[in-house]
Design a protein around this ligand. Structure first.
Ligand code: FAD
Ligand code: SF4
Length: 499
């Protein structure tokens, strides 16, 4: 009996379940496939293509060095090379670790191969789907905070017996420091492309299909070895101040103290538990402030696991949700960065150059704008999925449809993340170099975030009243004169006509 293992591009770990399911390497054949058809579903960022393919090639090489029998195919689709390889090697059972992304599972289930296909339960997350569903079923609210605490208890992270270290579960209030002047964060841990990566860069350069973003300079790590260096670098230099400026945004200091590890976690090059435990160990060994350590662990043990769990828990129609019934098309400037709104201009340019923006840039500028301007959620999600280095279906649905755009009507967020220029001005230096006035709501140079924000609240006042946490801000809407409200609505309408 010959066993075949198909390793998908985001399953690049020796620990992954399909590899682990074989007790030895005898009669085991491993395949990787780079499919051109697969990447034509959207105009992916060129660096994302380089990252995934180069990481696949590096991992294939690692398996070869471990004496696995590895086939690496560069092909049009998945079905033909699989069929060929199954026949050539007389494979009787093809094992694949269950994909993170639902559409990929459906594609595998539809394959017609001359062997049995087994999906091996995914072990890439701390909580598997059954465990999460068990936690979530029957709860009135799927609060991230409850889930996070359960995770802390389960894996005994930052715990003193059954109590949180330091007495509090969540120190988020200490992690919202606005930036004052230059902050001079430590440099990023970047890498020079090696031979394998240079080959992939040449391949991507020669592609005749629509893509997005700059191909070079390509600075991302592409192997577990490099991903571990990024993790060490983060813990050494960035973790101590991670918390304090977690929500800040600064021109020219784009990544601040963020870890830059999502591309590696999402490919399987880093495992969530090892990341969490390394950070906790650093806390115990060095005098790192608890707000930074807890703040970071909450991201990985809390948010990341929660978003993945919800993705598999919700109904299949979740991706199409549109609670506010928003239908505006995606403005063209999301693809070009050509807008006078400096915050969007800076961040979109940054995404174009690197495929990366940090959480607050994604949530409070990019998706906030889409939310208040009434852009169709699915159009926005498609943009995020194409443009980001770390984007996958599982992380898109919950973050963009749910958290960013509140298109699920509050399954996971307790209120919409809608904000005016006031927030952006407080947390960034973007407004200082902007042609718009962050204080103005209705004049000619009024900031679009302001008139869209009030227009959004007004348009959806009734729906928003059902969200308890919105009542305070809706009271301010009631205090606005009808003249001002009309001008705001007019400005919002005019903006759409001209964009
Ligand atoms: P840090 O700020 O250093 O955080 C550490 C880690 O926590 C991240 O690497 C990530 O693995 C995890 N994390 C934190 N929040 C989340 C979250 N909400 N969902 C999943 N993981 C989380 N994350 C992606 O991995 N891919 C995406 O395509 C993506 N798109 C997003 C789109 C929107 C609209 C929003 C609001 C968030 C999105 N996120 C996404 C979550 C988060 O913004 C990124 O994980 C984070 O910015 C990655 O950068 P970092 O590694 O420097 O993170
Ligand atoms: Fe963005 Fe408005 Fe500030 Fe300009 S003024 S940077 S558009 S928030």
């Amino acid at each position: 009996m010959n066993i075949g293992i198909w390793i998908l591009g985001d399953q690049l770990s020796l620990e992954q379940a399909a590899l682990q399911s074989c007790s030895d390497q005898q009669n085991v054949f491993v395949i990787f496939i780079e499919s051109i058809q697969h990447i034509q579903t959207r105009p992916y960022h060129q660096q994302k293509l380089v990252l995934v393919w180069s990481a696949m090639r590096h991992f294939a090489q690692e398996l070869q060095q471990l004496k696995y029998s590895v086939t690496y195919k560069i092909a049009e689709d998945f079905a033909n090379p699989l069929d060929e390889w199954v026949r050539e090697n007389e494979i009787t059972e093809l094992r694949v670790m269950t994909p993170n992304d639902r559409p990929f599972s459906e594609m595998i289930e539809s394959l017609d191969l001359p062997c049995e296909i087994s999906l091996i339960p995914n072990n890439g997350f701390l909580w598997n789907t059954a465990e999460f569903n068990n936690w979530a079923s029957g709860r009135k609210r799927l609060l991230m905070e409850d889930f996070y605490r359960e995770g802390r208890r389960r894996w005994q992270i930052l715990m003193e017996e059954d109590k949180p270290v330091g007495g509090k579960w969540n120190l988020d209030k200490e992690n919202r420091q606005p930036p004052k002047g230059k902050l001079n964060p430590p440099a990023e841990k970047w890498f020079k492309p090696d031979e394998i990566t240079l080959d992939v860069i040449a391949k991507v350069k020669s592609l005749k299909i629509p893509t997005y973003g700059n191909l070079e300079p390509f600075n991302w790590g592409v192997s577990r070895h490099e991903a571990l260096q990024v993790l060490d670098w983060f813990i050494q230099y960035r973790l101590p101040d991670f918390g304090t400026y977690q929500d800040a945004m600064l021109t020219g200091e784009e990544t601040l103290w963020h870890a830059l590890i999502s591309p590696y976690l999402n490919l399987g090059l880093l495992q969530p538990l090892e990341v969490i435990q390394a950070v906790e160990a650093a806390y115990k060994q060095r005098q790192i402030s608890l707000n930074s350590v807890e703040g970071f662990i909450r991201q990985v043990l809390g948010w990341r696991e929660y978003m993945h769990g919800i993705y598999h828990f919700v109904d299949v129609d979740y991706p199409e949700k549109n609670w506010f019934n928003h239908t505006q098309p995606l403005p063209q400037f999301f693809w070009t960065g050509e807008t006078k709104m400096n915050c969007l201009h800076q961040i979109i340019n940054q995404v174009e150059r690197t495929g990366y923006a940090h959480h607050i840039q994604r949530l409070m500028v990019l998706s906030n704008f889409a939310l208040i301007a009434g852009i169709e959620p699915q159009a926005m999600k498609n943009w995020f999925h194409a443009a980001f280095i770390d984007a996958y279906d599982w992380v898109m649905e919950t973050n963009v449809i749910g958290m960013g755009l509140f298109a699920d009507g509050g399954v996971l967020a307790s209120k919409p993340y809608a904000a005016s220029a006031n927030y952006i001005n407080k947390m960034s230096n973007y407004c200082k170099s902007c042609v718009y006035d962050h204080k103005e709501r209705i004049s000619e140079n009024a900031c679009p975030f302001n008139f869209f924000y009030w227009d959004f609240l007004h348009r959806h006042c009734d729906q928003l009243k059902s969200q308890g946490r919105m009542s305070f801000i809706l009271n301010n809407l009631d205090k606005m004169s009808s003249e001002e409200l009309n001008s705001i609505r007019q400005q919002a309408e005019d903006w759409h006509i001209h964009h």
